[in-house]
Design a protein around this ligand. Sequence first.
Ligand SMILES: [Mg+2]
Length: 383
Amino acid sequence: MKISRVTATPLNVPLHIDLMGVDKKTSLATCYVEVETDTGIVGHGFTSITEEDVVAQVVNGVIAPNLIGDDPLLHERIWEKIYWTTMPRGQTGYAAHALAAVDLALWDIKGKALDMPVWKLLGGARERVPVYATFGFGFFDREQLAAAAKKWVADGFRRLKMTVASEAIKHKNDRPIMDAIREDAKRVQAVREAVGSDIEIFIDANCNLDLYHATKLVEMIKPYNISFFEEPLTQNDVPGMAQLRRNTGMALACGQNEGLLYRFRDLLSAEAIDYAQPNVCITGGFTQCVKIAGLAASHNVLVANGGAWSYHNMHLQAGVANGSLVEHHYLAVELYKMLYTGLIAPKDSWLTLPDKPGLGFEPNRDAIAEIAKLPLSQGRAKG
Ligand SMILES: [Mg+2]
């Protein structure tokens, strides 16, 4: 089998939020990739939380010409080739997104060629994965947030994640960071009081606090029993996270936007995290994420899905023995429904893996072609 064509399509996918009295239009920037073969098998891949147009140009202009004629089943060989072509000094960035999207398509091809779902090719550790719902967006006011938490629990979710520190460092000149985290503490309290003590709650600062304010926030929310704190610190600061973890006892998680394996080595060897969160759509695809899972296993640390994209990441979390949570991110799932068919809905906080070969869901090419005609985000919609 040989690769005959590689194409990337940048998409700025429009989304309509109509929830809890919030009526708002937004969009998520994503890049959809297809790898075609001379056998007729076509694999599809995907990346997001980046600049969709730049990543598409990396795939179409730099990666694609180098892969024509290669055997798509040799994922390690192709991964190495893309690495040395696009980021030979470990610089990650847009190239890591592009590499991840292509790698997912190769694994989709492998599954289709071998008539196996990807999660079984990765090891098949479990047939269903526990899911948490990311519901707690910054656009909700405190009352809407509490109402939304109740709605997700009523829909069967037993684990909820909410954002905190909404761009706190970025906007520190407009609003003191301490004001932001005081409001966060009230929002966490509102959610805990709305859902009761049996529901797990996670918080996510999207790398928007420094060590001092993250520590203060953890102290403020101690009564509300938070299960983990995701991306608490700017730049996933390794010594800072190790100190935060040691000083507060809060479980920490991060890694969704890290590009390469060595960053996880540093996080793990510094004892900075309780959950490693490589995202297969961003962190070098399945080929690299299984290595990160192995590295995490050597530290008795679980991997978990952060950064959304449940239907790609469920394969990693189901495949490896130390896989765990999958993120059912409300907006991301709405996007999946627009671009793909064959998606399995979670039930009672569990997502059952598909039996179909490859990724187990397929693109809606008509919908993708229509969305591709819309204006791109130009940096305004990172997801
Ligand atoms: Mg996150």
